[in-house]
Design a protein around this ligand. Sequence first.
Ligand code: AMP
Length: 203
Amino acid sequence: MRISLLGPPGAGKGTQAARAAARFGLAHLSTGAIFREEIAKGTVLGREIEETVKAGLLVADGTVDRVVFSRIGGEGGFILDGYPRTLAQARSLDSFLDRSLPLDGAVFLDVSEEEVLKRLCGRYDCPSCGPVRAPGGACPVCGNALDRRPDDEPTVIRRRFQEYHRATGPLLSYFGDRLCTVDGNMGVEEVWSKLEEALKTWA
Ligand code: AMP
């Protein structure tokens, strides 16, 4: 199965893509996670994209395409998380994959701006426990001080949401009958059960 998971920031792409990867034996490729790791390591790529990512803007298509094409593959198929995000990226991906195996389809996790704001404003990272949902301050599990992703500040969240719709709207029609939409406004378990049903049609 070769799938892309689309959706605005806060749609739950990371959580749901990790579940899908485990359930269907897929490689999970998240462009956002790759970029955050490159930034944390201070690599050439990390330094090049840092400002853009922290401001909630989109990284240049050519840069993202190169990152994805150098990592994509795997016998058991893959799930792309957060890529493609623009029409140009979708076209490059299709022509890259045409040489081997095309993308089976894309799932759009549809979430409202209100829900995104509610979710991301409460998203923090504990250096020991990982992502936690807490009102800031201390980790409810181990008491460590919590960090917040710089692009999870409320003004940046709004910009990321608007940027997402501006760039990604045309993608949805590009995928046409290869696109399946799942309502992402529900809880994690309910979204997963709908997503699992949708993915079974490609398994
Ligand atoms: P995410 O974790 O998917 O919300 O991505 C975090 C940030 O990484 C985004 O706000 C963008 O700055 C950048 N990014 C991730 N994927 C892409 C992509 N496909 N195209 C352009 N920028 C991206």
